[in-house]
Design a binder for this molecule. Structure first.
Ligand SMILES: NC(=O)c1ccc[n+]([C@@H]2O[C@H](COP(=O)([O-])OP(=O)(O)OC[C@H]3O[C@@H](n4cnc5c(N)ncnc54)[C@H](OP(=O)(O)O)[C@@H]3O)[C@@H](O)[C@H]2O)c1
Length: 255
């Protein structure tokens, strides 16, 4: 039996693409979602039809008690956890700093930053060889936005992902001798519900593509592939890495 992999935000987008690849690679999947039960149930059914093992776990990763409950439920269902992908994230909406709303910022940081940190805490408590665990691998989904302060009026989102980057490096060092590797993937613009305007509006898509060296945006599966590699034993000496899945990076805005 393969490792148990918990994917937060596994119901849609990059998380769902990761779930499909991970199921094909033999992982047993705990698929977290916040509200889209239908998408999660369909994904679980698809994986099971193909002979995989998957179960849904509803929890808002912006809420500590729901995170703890989710990890306990995963252990109840599967007995262990060997891998974690933190893909749950929100974009916080667009907004100039002069228009910032404190509650919206709090919600953004609660999900993207504190949610990621607390899911890592729960995973470390169960994976650490110093705590009787068998070790494990964690991948946090950051963003290329972290590297340039974000696109216009996205500084808050960029800051949340820069926090994920720094936390990933620090945690990787902290647990390096406890059998746990911790890495991040920084996607460039990827076609998911989060970027629906890019997906549905050809003019927007062309304009965004023109800011990327490959002159195109990513499919979710192109982000899932490096996530799976980082999780795997093929990356056994890789920890604290922030892997850019960025189509060659920005050709504007960087300095
Ligand atoms: N798409 C891009 O261009 C892009 C680029 C760089 C980085 N990223 C990052 O990649 C990650 C995945 O993004 P995506 O594009 O796949 O987004 P998406 O298609 O909008 O999917 C978001 C996923 O996160 C879940 N989610 C949101 N808030 C949650 C919460 N509080 N608790 C639990 N789950 C929650 C959603 O679950 P429900 O639907 O069930 O609520 C859904 O499964 C995010 O961290 C995002 O910041 C995306």
């Amino acid at each position: 039996m393969g490792d148990v992999l918990l994917i937060t935000g596994g119901s849609r987008g990059i998380g769902a693409a990761t779930a499909r690849r991970a199921a094909a690679a033999g992982y047993r999947l705990a698929i977290n979602y916040r509200s889209d039960q239908r998408a999660t149930d369909e994904l679980v059914a698809e994986i099971r039809r193909q002979g995989g093992v998957a179960a849904p776990f509803q929890a808002d990763v912006g809420d500590e008690s729901q995170i703890v409950r989710m990890f306990d439920a995963v252990i109840d269902e599967f007995g262990s956890i060997g891998a974690l992908v933190n893909s749950a994230g929100i974009d916080g909406g667009g907004g100039a700093v002069a228009e910032f709303d404190a509650q919206a910022l709090t919600d953004l940081m609660a999900v993207n930053v504190i949610g990621t940190m607390l899911c890592c805490r729960e995973a470390v408590r169960r994976m650490s060889t110093k705590r009787g665990g068998a070790g494990g691998s964690i991948v946090n989904v950051s963003s290329m936005a972290a590297t340039i302060g974000g696109r216009p009026e996205r500084s808050h989102y960029a800051a949340s992902k820069a926090a994920v980057d720094a936390f990933t490096v620090g945690l990787a060092k902290e647990v390096a001798t406890e059998g746990i590797r911790v890495n991040a993937v920084r996607p460039g613009v990827t076609l998911t519900d989060m970027t629906d305007t890019v997906r549905s509006n050809p003019d927007v898509r062309a304009a965004v593509s023109a800011t990327i060296a490959m002159n195109r945006v990513a499919e979710a599966d192109e982000i899932a592939a490096p996530i799976l590699w980082l999780l795997s034993s093929e990356a056994s000496f890789v920890s604290g890495c922030r892997l850019d899945a960025s189509g060659g990076g920005f050709i504007i805005g960087a300095n």
